[in-house]
Write a protein that binds this ligand. Sequence first.
Ligand code: G3P
Ligand code: CA
Length: 320
Amino acid sequence: MNHLPPRAPRSWNLRRLGYGPAALVATALVLSASPALAAESAPRAPRHAPSPTLAATQRHAPSGAAAASRWMRLSGAPLTVFAHRGASSAAPENTLVADEVARRGGTKWIENDVQPCKDGVPYVLHDATVDRTTDGTGALRSLTSDQVNALDAGSWFAPAFAGARVPTLAAQLTDLRTRGGNLLLEIKGRQTEAEVERIVREVRDQNMTARVFVQSFEVTSLRWVHELAPELPLGLLRDSLDADPVAVAQDLHLAAYNVSDKGLSVRPAALDELHAAGVAVNVWTVDSSARWKALDELGVDGIITNRPTELTGWVAGRQA
Ligand code: G3P
Ligand code: CA
């Protein structure tokens, strides 16, 4: 994942999202409460050649293998950090403030979950209902845009985040486009072709196809995205490994196979098989520094984590 998004304007700050000093202090306290990682981030010699470049020959794929995906990690390069639902250990998940905390922590990629409300407007929300992460109740699909826009998506996490909203996909894309960052966009749950088409249209309308990577557990949604927008890279989310992950990846035109840490642990050799086929492997959702180390050494391309700031710092320490 080699995009370098534009830097956020220096003048921007959290207050533009309605967050004052209390939210910033709360975020700092949460971050500072994280376990020290210094002991595990000691400098080490890189396993691969230093000097990462864009040359495909330096990727993990062995010679003679299928063309390496540009989403595969370069030899000697750090793995990609994906902020799972934003910096969700430090701020309310799937909100713009969680994205901003991740951005300020140096994370280049935000993961989110997208599904439609009653009006068909795509919103960034993980659960099928708004109950857990807002002050409202009910299924997202039963609520109008006006109702969703009125919800408080921050107070459940901490009082300092009161007033955070459930973002529309459009608002999140605008935020990333103007302030920096890329999006690992999860099409959450079963959606109709029209609903998937709307998601693709919103990405295209904001000229964000080069900064969006689509993933889903739903095979049908991935097929539709490929038909509608073959330029968008695709990742298949899996709890467990397929018997033949390479065959699945080729059938679905995958750029990445995004498997759970537990799933990959059953047969880590699948990583080399996918790399040989030119398919990147990103692992979720990993918050333990012991697992970061193991997966880094295994050679995964990216890690999806609730602790992106800590993982970004840990990766930098490993590279130093
Ligand atoms: O990105 C991987 C992860 O987000 C998939 O699980 O339930 O958190 O959407 P979930
Ligand atoms: Ca997700």
